[in-house]
Design a protein around this ligand. Structure first.
Ligand code: ADP
Length: 344
């Protein structure tokens, strides 16, 4: 049997922005048709840049990509007809009504008359916007606007739908509703969805396969269950009273790894994380070993493997720390921008 051609295939994408910012450093992505694929990574990892290239809004410095079988550089027009894009920033006209937005989008794709009306009604009903169809979009709640954005992306029945951070900025209730919508869409015949997210839980819930992106490339890929399953046993995290110096780490690592049922020992600032076959059973031995060498422990927690642990293992830092680092880099950038603006 022939395996179907991938719906999305990107090979070794490299993209540098002015100022020597490396956004992509060899990005590989393969998405099988009819599946939901999640690009998961902290802010600044390169997810949006990947989506921009795949949706023909940006060109890579090098590398190749096809979407729905069309080369993004050679046949961008064909790619655009085959895809729907829901960008982070809404494309809807706030002073037009929901219905008008959908009608305009439909016309852009050549729909007219009864076919256009049917498609618009279908989408309004499907995304629970029929009652609000005649209201201006600026009066919609965040969740309603987001649902309209997705409907707009689907007007022309694309083969591949790109959802860039579909739930960022939504309250928890609207986020759960959006997750249900995406799950329903995924059941649609043949639709392939590539979504980007920085929410671990979102990727875990929605995507059949996940690629974890860090610093412009994929560090590991697989189904959420397989990725978590690779990490045998439980995670035990211990918060130390003070950080251990480099020299102490090596011997500590050796002595902790030697404990029965303990596999991996990772240091991360004042935190030590280990894998243990039975986390609760390992804690007393771990605490005892640390106490013998005079390392004080402020807190210890045991957890089943999560995508957070997968990220730590492959990216070498905790997800929350990567997010915090990205956020502080961003705020430095905006301060610089302000300084530039002020100086101009
Ligand atoms: P993500 O979507 O994962 O948050 P992005 O693809 O937006 O990541 O960004 C990757 C890197 O490229 C970041 O360091 C970001 O600051 C930088 N970057 C993105 N867009 C631009 C741009 N237009 N100009 C300069 N740098 C950019």
């Amino acid at each position: 049997m022939n395996t179907p051609a991938p719906a999305v295939e990107a090979r070794q994408l490299i993209k540098t922005y002015p100022g020597d910012v490396t956004a992509l450093s060899g990005m590989d992505v393969t998405v099988e048709p009819g599946t939901v694929f999640g690009l998961l990574g902290p802010n600044g990892a390169g997810k949006s840049t990947t989506v921009k290239i795949l949706t023909t809004l940006a060109r890579p410095d090098s590398g190749t990509a096809t979407v729905a079988g069309h080369d993004v550089l050679r046949h961008p027009d064909r790619v655009r007809r085959a895809i729907g894009v829901v960008a982070q920033k809404s494309g809807a006209d706030p002073v037009a009504t929901g219905r008008e937005n959908l009608q305009l989008q439909g016309r852009l794709y050549g729909l007219r008359g009864a076919a256009l009306r049917r498609r618009v009604d279908e989408l309004l009903a499907r995304f629970h916007l029929a009652d609000a169809a005649g209201r201006q979009v600026k009066g919609y709640s965040g969740g309603m606007q987001r649902r309209l954005d997705v409907a707009l992306g689907l007007v022309h029945r694309p083969e591949v739908l790109f959802l860039d951070e579909p739930t960022t900025g939504l309250d928890p209730e609207a986020r759960t509703a959006m997750w249900d919508e995406i799950t329903r869409l995924a059941g649609d015949e043949g639709l392939t969805i590539l979504l980007t997210t920085h929410y671990l839980e979102e990727a875990d819930r929605l995507a059949e396969r996940i690629a974890i992106v860090d610093r412009g490339r994929v560090v590991v890929e697989g189904t959420p269950d397989a990725l978590k399953g690779e990490l045998r046993g439980d995670a035990v995290h211990m918060e130390l009273r003070e950080a251990v110096g480099d020299s102490g780490r090596t011997s500590l690592k050796d002595s902790l790894s030697a404990l029965p049922g303990v596999h991996e020992v990772l240091f991360d600032g004042r935190r030590i994380s280990v894998r243990a076959e039975d986390g609760a059973a390992a804690v007393p031995a771990l605490l005892g070993a640390l106490e013998r060498v005079g390392v004080g422990v402020a807190a210890a927690t045991v957890a089943r493997p999560s995508l957070d642990d997968v990220y730590l293992r492959y990216a070498g830092r905790r997800y929350a720390d990567a997010e915090a680092a990205a956020d502080s880099a961003e705020s430095t950038e905006s301060t610089e921008n302000l300084a530039l603006a002020g100086g101009a």
